[in-house]
Design a binder for this molecule. Sequence first.
Ligand code: KPL
Length: 302
Amino acid sequence: MNIAILGAGAIGQLLAHQLAKAGAAPTLLLKAGKPCSASQSFGCLTPEGESLQTFSQCTLDAPASAFTHCRLLLVTLKAYQVLDALQALLPKLPLGCHILLLHNGLGPHSKLQPRLDGRGLSLGTTSQGALRLGPHQIRHTGKGLTQLGHFAGPALADNDKALLLRAIPGSEWLADILPALWGKLAVNAAINPLTALDDVPNGRLAEAAYQPTIDAIIHELVQVAAKEGLQLQAHALLKRVRDVIELTADNSSSMRQDLLHGRPSEIDAINGYLVQLAQRHGLELPINQKLTRQIKQREAAL
Ligand code: KPL
């Protein structure tokens, strides 16, 4: 195992297919105790047809010896699963293993940083679309930008950086990843809770009635970002939110889907993350607080 992917959902499988096409042999890491064969065929449907790849599989409770050669770990879990899963895995990962987190929202990165023991940490965000059709089959539903960048500890080795950029179409490596992650956070903070609470597709947020709330979400985000030392422009973020609403008009946001399927949402890493940061700075974010509370009420009622 040289490259492992923790989180075999739609995006994890998509990245596995893309890495395999670029010549790598990623291993999929599954939940502890999950029965799995050592290798498994996975399908990826695209408009051009289905491509089949065989990936090695292994569970999180495999002995440390299984991870001896792991030099890159891509984490494609939901934000709220990241810390628990890595807590179990970190003691088994070589100190030279670089970790790349790819999830909606922010927050796990700063809690993970003090536990890295000198390992490198990169962060990323992807707008590629993928849908899980079954345990071993996905549909690649949309092309999109993938932004990656260094966050802490030793830098990712040049050959692995080059591999990721070659493997993932539309990917770029940024010298400063945090502004890009805040840009995506703005999109998720505006679109996800509103579509989940009103049970509407993303496109409905183009209606005039939603604009004051979207405006307020983004202005509050800009305020807290400034306290964190990031100067973001509200008008640019609002334009980006409007563009995503238009481009993904028929999509059902991930938070809407989470609630519809009775799963926990990523609210703590999105609007809840903003509220938590704001509290540290003595700021009030009334709209983000209200949305966080409402989504948590929905989750509790599931
Ligand atoms: O990332 C998304 C999500 O649903 O989590 C957006 C961009 C809002 C697309 O639906």
